[in-house]
Design a protein around this ligand. Sequence first.
Ligand code: TXA
Ligand code: MG
Length: 353
Amino acid sequence: MKKTVVFRIDPLNPDPDKIRVAADYILKGGLVAFPTETVYGLGADAFNPRAIIELFEAKKRPLDNPPIVHVSKVEDLDKLVKNVPSKAKKLMEHFWPGPLTLIFKHSRRVPDVTVAGLDTIAIRMPRHKVALALLAETDRPIAAPSANAAGRPSPTSAAHVLSDLNGKVDVVLDAGSTTIGVESTVLDLTVSPPQILRPGGIPYESLREFLKKVELNPVAVSDKPLSLEKVRSPGLKYRHYAPTAEMVVVEGEHEAVTRRVNELIRFYSRKGKKVGVLGTQENLEYYAADSVKCLGSNRNPSSAAKNLFGLLREFDSEKIDLIIAEGIPLEDLGLAVMNRLRKASGYNIVKAC
Ligand code: TXA
Ligand code: MG
């Protein structure tokens, strides 16, 4: 067990002394949880294999699922990748710092364990002053998966990090809630056309507009579990983002959805289950369950993205047995939200009609 130290830190003007202490832990092979604009990350020195193994152990993450490596300046890529294609340069100029992770062929200097034995590496530059200050102070790339225990919803606050990893991490930099709430978009540039492996903070529509040609990996948009041959990103094959409660997602037209959600509430309540509803603002008034929570407006996927993971954790702390979640449109950040909801439910999806 480690003694986890929590530093409250100003998200806009991080205290250099606290950043220095956290950076020293990274340089000595320790683990530091820090905020990004998407979710909190669990950071370790990307060039220290022992620290990376400890990071996997802390999360109980399967060793075949590599973390994203974070950088604070484009020059850091020289140490990490074989070459930077011109398409990548343009994307980095436009979207970095920000919630876009790019997949490159990695250089020989990168330890095997950091990339889980793959010949590719996932890299991003986060848009958060605390993350950037930590990266600049260590002056090296930091590998950082989301700072949750494997399989759990990603952490959007320091309290979420502590509830999963207290005693397993040296420092938590607590800068309050993250702004985007779902993880970065993972874009594979080693294939042509580029392919989105995980929808996230940069919407598909923005990448399509910028690149003209970009594909969505079938797993990213699937409403059913897909066979393993189709899985190109290691993380896509694991059950993820899951609350302890069972979950069902109800998708379809407004009226059919509210009708079906109410049928499910009655059915499970009669069986003695404690039922929670994760609904859109427009429909909340139609539901009477043990716990009813607002994901956000149907017309505002950004609010749904920001609220999603925290609300799933809240249902767990209320000891809800079953969460019934309404689907939202697959547009903008809605695609990332639905990808997380469907996976969290284990693809337990009801099409209401
Ligand atoms: O917003 C984010 O991306 C957050 C913050 C902390 O930056 N990080 C994050 O990391 O979500 P993680 O490790 O939880 O998710 C990384 C995803 C996984 O699905 C993993 O399989 C995929 O990126 N990935 C990592 N390396 C890859 C590679 N070489 N090829 C394909 N997918 C890769
Ligand atoms: Mg994760």
